[in-house]
Design a protein around this ligand. Structure first.
Ligand code: NAD
Ligand code: WQD
Length: 345
């Protein structure tokens, strides 16, 4: 069974391609290399023994999307990761974000709606909840006005899918609302490759420890939490990748009443910024250079998932601990450094 993975060379997409191939699916990756590189295909091949098919397509090109589905008419489903994801950049370049995160989504749904079997999985985000009124956050929690154009593209994206499913019963879709994905494949063959200065906590920690950044700024220690720093639900990217496989299997095998569902994908456990730093120090057996800095604008105080729905309906739950995820991120950062040293020789 052939599955299309858009953005399959990116951080979460590449880990999902590995899990799909290891579960017996054939994968076609569609990616325009705007935030990834072809080396990822080699990494996937080293893990699974198989290189996925790759098509270099920019999904903003409607004709190319249509042509792609003419060529690959037998695909059983699409997992749509391709998007721009930097929250700060989205504030500066809103139209670029609306174009890149919404036009491809519409083109893919239009192409899929013409098919008899149309299964679709969308990368959504816990960002749709903003600061939720109650914790842990269930799927029924209200969607709050987005803090950024990026966050808005996830909210609008979900609405577009909902409306499309309403008029096309053959279209079956799931939105997965990811909490905070971190880590890398335990083999360190694939991982996260942030362009420039990382905006996210874990890559900033590992880049500081490896010597690429001087010091981590902890954004605020005066929040109403146990140690004053913000709380998030950090999920190992491999656990997250596996959630896509079970979601796809549900779409393919189980014809439930509703053709559109939403699931939270997190661990269900909140960790503070200082707890993440302590985990890193424990795993790497070294002290991290950090300082307490002012709060970062737009940060919510605390967010962690109620994962009961995914546990019960998808039969999925996160298996890795925070330490497992941090260990894999650190192993990956060291591997990236080795490659850097090699290529400078
Ligand atoms: P990523 O940037 O590593 O991967 C995205 C991939 O999509 C890249 O390989 C990029 O080259 C490709 N791409 C972008 N625009 C494209 C286009 N127009 N045509 C074809 N390919 C295109 O990002 P990621 O962290 O793997 O995130 C994947 C998805 O998950 C995104 O939709 C993101 O918004 C969502 N998400 C990510 C996080 C996170 O913290 N990483 C959290 C929640 C949701
Ligand atoms: C985690 C915690 C920071 C960096 C973002 C997006 C969200 C989603 C995931 C896609 C916060 C603190 C961070 C640093 C720090 N992406 N921090 N120093 O903010 O939960 O979510 O990524 O959908 O949309 O907004 O993740 O990793 O940026 O921050 O102290 O240098 O670490 O303040 O408390 P966040 P993050």
């Amino acid at each position: 069974m052939r599955v299309v993975v858009t953005g399959g060379l990116g951080f979460i997409g590449s880990h999902t391609v590995v899990e799909l191939q290891q579960s017996g699916f054939d994968v076609v990756i569609v990616d325009n290399l705007s935030n990834s590189s072809l080396d990822v295909i080699e990494g996937i091949k080293r893990i699974t023994g198989r290189a996925p098919v790759f098509e270099n397509i920019d999904l903003r090109d409607k004709e190319d999307v249509r042509h792609f589905f003419d060529t690959y008419s037998d695909v059983i489903g699409v997992i749509h990761f391709a998007a721009s994801k930097a929250v700060g950049e989205s504030v500066e370049k809103p139209l670029l974000y609306y174009e890149n995160n919404l036009n491809p989504l519409i083109y893919l749904l239009q192409a899929l709606s013409l098919k008899l079997n149309a299964n679709f999985i969308f990368s959504s985000s816990c960002t749709v909840y903003g600061q939720a009124d109650t914790l842990p956050i269930g799927e029924g929690a209200p969607v709050k006005k987005a803090e950024s154009p990026y966050g808005n593209t996830k909210q609008i994206g979900e609405e577009i899918i909902f409306d499309a499913c309403n008029v096309a019963p053959q279209l079956r879709a799931i939105s997965l609302r990811y909490f905070n994905p971190i880590g890398a494949h335990p083999t360190a063959e694939i991982g996260e490759l942030p362009l420039g200065v990382p905006q996210n906590l874990v890559p900033f920690i590992t880049q500081t420890a490896i010597g690429l950044r001087e010091q981590l700024s902890v954004f605020g220690d005066d929040y109403p939490t146990s140690d004053g720093t913000c709380i998030r639900d950090y999920i190992h990217v491999v656990d997250l990748a596996k959630a896509h496989v079970v979601a796809l299997q549900r779409l393919i095998n189980e014809k439930n009443e509703s053709n559109y569902e939403v699931f939270n994908i997190g661990t269900g456990k909140g960790s503070s910024v200082l707890e993440v730093i302590q985990s890193f120090e424990r795993i790497s057996e070294q002290k991290l250079n950090y300082r307490i800095a002012p709060r970062r604008s737009g940060d919510v105080v605390a967010a962690f998932a109620d994962t009961t729905k995914a546990n019960q309906i998808l039969g999925w739950s996160a298996q890795s601990t925070l330490d497992d995820a941090i260990a894999s991120a650190w192993k990956w950062e060291q591997k990236v450094r080795e490659k850097r040293v090699e290529s400078n020789k």
